[in-house]
Design a protein around this ligand. Structure first.
Ligand SMILES: Nc1ncnc2c1ncn2[C@@H]1O[C@H](COP(=O)(O)OP(=O)(O)OP(=O)(O)O)[C@@H](O)[C@H]1O
Ligand SMILES: [Mg+2]
Length: 459
């Protein structure tokens, strides 16, 4: 560790000066004190990482001082020195929290070794601390439950997690998570489930685009024996299986329109009837849906039912693409480099500054998943111990990232236009919708999508 601060407290000026002379040669910042008072003053002012402390001091026993220091300055490591050291005193000093003990007369070398050892220990502590503060946005407990980390530090992602945790607290509210491929929609959905009062119940992910259309209905609602040729026995559907828990409808936009009506009924009535059956079963589930499609557009094209949309998006969480939050890239990169190299049992390589620059200018069509895959590939092929721009060939490398075309952001233009219309119409949504030549429903959806707060001044 460079520039560690060390305080030497010994009543013999000869000793403090000699040690200062030798330790300064080692690139350490050294302070000296010859009385406990001077020592406390410097501890308070300089907060040294290491204190070399004499046991026999005028006016105060070094062991008592050690005890006080460990209470008032717990992060300062103490190396004790004494001319009268016997085993009991060593044990007592260690028990009171000294990190090392050296007897007089000593060689300068002994002190240097002790300082080095303590320095290494401090570096390790720092590493552990960094690991704890590595930018995870959810508690360790929650991470354990979702079996994933959720990393980020941009304002945008902090806002996402804040809304997700709020939505989690209400066990019934339906949530729609939107965002491009690989932005973390599934992780956010899991965070909502496991952060909620339903956390001990099932989280049932269903991707309807992966189920043959003919089976969809029976998969969702179950069937009774004989309902169709292959129905050899009664079977529960997802709603019943997820009862009391969370039903995660992934890729909801791909759900066939015929099923959408049935889904809506089940969500509204909280009851399902198995295919071919007559009995109704009560089901209590929270619905979290996810999509990377523009549902607004699908509604306009009559491919998605507006009534279902209103049912599933009581709270809508939009995860911005990674290119819109480049502040998250350094942290995510370090996280994947660390975690993947440790998983592969290889030493963690360092990250070249040019590489970071290159990645922060890239448009990441595959978002966080793409970054993770890139790191994995680079680690497999890596030969040295440093990751450089050459290890990360990028798709469409030569073209500037789309967001570099200043002003050509359709979403932003739409957002601004809606704000403009609302402002001109004194926040009257009907008038603003008329001005924009869209329906009142459409403007409501857009207000919600962009999180525009009606009633608050728009600046
Ligand atoms: N903020 C994040 N911190 C750490 N890992 C993340 C983060 N966001 C996404 N990931 C990782 O990226 C990958 C994709 O995440 P996830 O499956 O949740 O995305 P998705 O939005 O559901 O993608 P798709 O639209 O393709 O289904 C996962 O490996 C996930 O662990
Ligand atoms: Mg997904």
């Amino acid at each position: 560790m460079d520039h560690l601060k060390i305080l030497i407290l010994d009543d013999e000026v000869r000793i403090t000066e000699k040690l200062k002379y030798h330790l300064e040669k080692r690139d350490l910042k050294v302070y000296t004190a010859n009385t406990p008072n001077q020592g406390f003053e410097l501890l308070e002012k300089e907060k040294p990482e290491i204190l070399i402390l004499d046991v026999m001091l005028p006016g105060m026993n070094g062991l008592d001082m050690l005890k006080k220091i460990k209470v008032d300055y717990p992060s300062t490591e103490v190396i004790m020195i004494s001319g009268y050291g016997d085993m009991d005193m060593v044990i007592e000093a260690m028990r009171k929290g000294a990190s090392d003990f050296i007897r007089k007369p000593f060689q300068v070398m002994d002190i240097q070794v002790a300082v080095e050892r303590t320095g290494k220990f401090l570096a390790l502590q720092q590493k552990l601390e960094n690991a704890e503060n590595r930018g995870s946005l959810v508690s360790k407990e929650l991470e354990g439950m979702i079996e994933k980390d959720f990393i980020g530090e941009s304002e945008a992602i902090k806002k996402v997690i804040k809304i997700a945790l709020k939505a989690a607290k209400d066990k019934d509210v339906n949530v729609l998570v939107t965002g491009e491929n690989g932005t973390g929609k599934e992780i956010i959905s899991r965070i909502i489930h496991y952060g909620s009062p339903r956390s001990q119940q099932v989280f049932a992910p269903v991707n309807s685009s992966a189920i043959p259309a003919t089976l969809l209905e029976s998969e969702f609602f179950g069937h009774v024996k004989g309902a169709f040729t292959d129905a050899r026995e009664d079977k529960k559907g997802y709603f019943e299986l997820a009862n009391n828990g969370t039903l995660f409808l992934d890729e909801i936009a791909d759900m066939p329109i015929a099923l959408q009506a049935k889904l809506l009924r089940a969500i509204e009535e909280k009851k399902v009837k198995r295919l071919g059956g007559t009995k109704e079963f009560d089901v209590d589930v929270r619905i979290i849906s996810a999509t990377n499609k523009n549902i607004d557009q699908l509604i306009d094209e009559d491919k998605f039912r507006i009534d279902l949309y209103h049912r599933i998006n009581t709270i809508e969480i939009h995860i911005p693409p990674l290119r819109e939050r480049p502040d998250d890239i350094p942290l995510l990169l370090t996280h994947f480099v660390r975690s993947l190299s440790s998983k592969k049992n290889i030493p963690t390589p360092s990250i070249n500054a040019q590489l970071l620059k290159k990645l922060q200018a890239y448009h990441f069509p595959g978002n966080v998943r793409e970054l993770r895959n890139m790191v994995e590939r680079a680690l497999i092929l890596l030969e040295g111990n440093e990751l450089t721009p050459e290890d990360f060939p990028l798709k469409g490398d030569t073209k500037p990232a789309p967001h570099h075309y200043e002003g050509f952001d359709l979403e932003k233009i739409e957002h601004n236009l809606i704000i403009e219309a609302l402002t001109r119409c004194n926040m009257n949504q009907t008038q603003a919708a008329y001005m924009l030549q869209i329906s009142r429903d459409a403007i409501k959806r857009k207000i919600k999508k962009f999180g525009i707060e009606i009633g608050k001044d728009i600046v």
